[in-house]
Design a binder for this molecule. Structure first.
Ligand code: PEP
Ligand code: MN
Length: 338
């Protein structure tokens, strides 16, 4: 960390900073310029509490030199990490499309959805059994019964199941049903206790971006999972809140190359919750793959107009099939496969 003293800082204040740095177990290197003094804190700067340093008399500002996240940072792990999901590789050359309904509704709905996901050429399936809804009166998901329906439908086509975990108390149930990929939703991105719990298991985790989270907060959330020992993390950009009201969220395409630079872990995009309308999904999907996303998480329903949740953004089975055709061409154009 570099600490810049203000130009009136006296020796006592400089000594105070040096003392504090040493208290944290680091060494201090003082550089006296003509206008101001700069102090370098040498050692593992993650041990330093920046707020405490900033609060010391005479300090103008302090700056981290190394990233506050470590395990997830590309700085420490240069090559791309691949997350293996039942032999399906996410983060490698092949782009993976995860498709399925917003929520698990009925067995026939899930059976039909699984067939369409498979026929479209997607290798993984999504569907929520525990649903985070804005209204407590809206359908909350079938819970454990939903996991049973999901597994029954998905196993016919060998599709790994991707489903949201909202509460650490449900983790045992998820393990009992051998859920293949745990999704942490936008509303839970900074539920640190939940992140710690999924950090203790070795299941792949899709970590959605909090709707108002910065890139740095998102990376730190992933670091919580990684710090527990689970490095099978997939980032999912799903749109952020801005001043715009025309669409549900703004898909932050910029986050894709930025994340690819900052982390070695796979990055996917959810175009459905970003746009919030089915007609926007193809364009956002093409943009995401072209920008370097390793995959997509897309909502598709056998009959969208009958969906119990997010009906307006679900693709029809035919739309999913058409989208897959186009995405294949885009993937090939950038040297990848679908
Ligand atoms: C979902 O994928 O069904 C969902 C609720 O997404 P998000 O957490 O991004 O809103
Ligand atoms: Mn949804």
């Amino acid at each position: 960390m570099i600490i810049v003293m203000n130009n009136g800082a006296n020796e006592e204040q400089i000594d105070g900073v040096v003392k504090k740095i040493k208290e944290f177990g680091l060494e201090a290197n003082i550089s006296r310029g003509t206008e101001r003094t700069v102090i370098g804190a040498i050692g593992d700067e993650r041990k330093l509490d920046q707020e405490l340093i900033d609060a010391l008399p005479g300090v103008e500002q302090s700056m981290h030199i190394v990233k506050p996240y470590k395990i997830v940072a590309r700085e420490w792990h240069k090559q791309d990490s691949i997350v293996d999901i039942m032999g399906i590789k996410l983060g490698g050359n092949q782009v993976q499309i995860i498709a399925g309904p917003c929520s698990v509704e009925t067995q026939p709905q899930m059976d039909a959805a699984a067939q369409y996901v498979h026929e479209a050429g997607c290798r993984l399936m999504r569907g929520g059994a525990f649903k985070p809804r804005t209204s407590p009166y809206a359908f909350q998901g079938h819970g454990e019964e939903g996991l049973t329906m999901f597994r029954k439908a998905a196993e016919r086509y060998n599709l790994p199941m991707v489903t949201e975990l909202m509460d650490a108390r449900q983790l045992e149930t998820f393990m009992k049903h051998d859920v293949d990929v745990i999704q942490i939703g936008t509303r839970s991105m900074q539920n640190f206790d939940l992140l710690k719990e999924v950090g203790r298991i070795n299941k792949p985790v899709i970590l959605k971006r909090g709707m108002s989270a910065t890139i740095s907060e998102w990376l730190m959330a992933a670091e919580y999972i990684a710090a527990g020992g689970n490095h099978n993390i997939i980032f999912c950009e799903r749109g952020i809140r801005t001043f715009e009201t025309y669409y549900r969220n703004v898909l932050d395409v910029t986050a894709i190359p930025v994340l690819k630079k900052e982390t070695h872990l796979p990055v996917i995009v959810d175009p459905s919750h970003a746009g919030g309308k089915a007609w926007m999904v193809p364009a956002l999907s093409r943009a995401a793959i072209a920008a370097g996303a390793d995959g997509l998480l897309v909502e598709m329903h056998p009959t969208p107009c009958e969906a119990w949740c997010d009906a307006d953004q679900a693709l029809t089975p035919q739309e999913l099939k058409d989208l897959m055709g186009t995405l294949g061409m885009i993937a090939n154009a950038i040297g990848r496969t679908l």
